[in-house]
Each structure stands twice: as C-alpha cells, then as structure tokens.
Design a protein around this ligand. Sequence first.
Ligand code: PRP
Length: 206
Amino acid sequence: MKPVIALTKGRLEKQFLAFFQELNYDIEPLFNKGRKLQVETEQFSFFFAKGADVTTYVENGIADLGIVGGDILIEHQPDVYNLFPLPFGKCRMALATKANYQWPNRKKRIASTFTNITKEYFRNKGESVDIIKLEGSVELAPILGLADAIVDIVETGTTLKENGLVIEDEFLSFSARLIANRSSLKIKRDQLVPVIESFKKGVKEA
Ligand code: PRP
C-alpha cells in the first residue's frame, strides 16, 4: 500500500504543491485534479480536506501523513506526531479591532474560529471575555457589530486592511507542519521514513 497523505484544501494546497514539486516527486495528477478530492500518483495516495479534518483523518490512521497549519494543531491538540515545520503557510495569530475602536465599558465580545486559543490568550491576561464561535470570514464580526474584536490568523494582512481592521496584539507565529499517525510510523516505517527524510531535506534547502 502506498503512503496516504492528507492535504489541507485552500491556501496551503498551492504552497504545498510548489514545495513538493521541488522534491522531484511526480505529482502531475495533483495539478489537474479539478474538484476531485482523492488523487493517486505513482508513489502516493492523496486526499484533500479542511485543516481540522486533516488532523482527524491522521489521528484515526486513515492518512499516514498530513499537511496542516500550525494554528489547527495548537487549537485542536490532536494525538498525532507533530513532526516538523514546513517552509510555507507562515502566519501569526492576532487580536484585531476596527481602527480607533473605543472599547465599551462591559465584558468584551471576541469572535473567532479559534475558541481555545482565544480562551487561553485572555486567560493569560487574566481577563474574562465572551467568545463567539464563527466558521470563517470572522473579520465581519466587528464591522457588523457582533463582536468588539476578533482573534484570527494573519498572513499578508490584506484581509484586515481591506476590511478596515487593525492589529491590537500579535501573540503566536507558526507555519504549516508535517504530521504523522502514531501507528503508521511504526507499521509502515520503511515506506514513510524515506518520504519524511525527503521532506526534511526540502525544508533545509528552502
Ligand atoms: C484566513 C483568515 C483571514 C485571512 C488572513 O481566512 O481567517 O481571514 O486568511 O490572510 P491575509 O492576512 O493574507 O489576508 P481564509 O482565507 O483561510 O478563509 P476563512 O475566512 O474562511 O477562514
């Protein structure tokens, strides 16, 4: 059986393909996949999922390896081998508000997809806040008045800027990471170690 690799759909996908191409694997089928979610290459079986689901598939041994944002690992703490950082998907976590925002004199409302990270951030500050869970486009929350501020990932800063938000604080930085299922690494060791080593070499050369 070929190694099974779970890839995060979206922005990491393109960056991963560029990285993987540099490693001299034949990944042509990945470039013409259209809307297909599973792609076979000569050496690997790939499938595409949302970041948090990538960790679920790897944790449950459906995928041997996964590529996922560091933010997802911090937020969900899955039981996987968190092998090493990859040279793409570099982001930071930020607290952002509307420019010149006057914080109201009541308990703060913070919108985020990353509720655990948000909870921990305010716990460390000794502040009690109400956290509102959103699934995406969190920048809308302060603009539409759902929340005072957001905790979200920032990569280029374009989304904040184009929506009139500014960073109040930055508190974590991370990149994409290679993760592995714990049993796969034992059972499929001979197959997986060369792949992991090639990734490591790619990271050093990046
Ligand atoms: C993420 C994040 C920000 C944006 C930051 O959203 O939630 O909205 O990227 O990137 P930037 O600093 O380069 O503008 P994503 O595109 O993953 O989609 P989402 O809004 O559905 O979470």
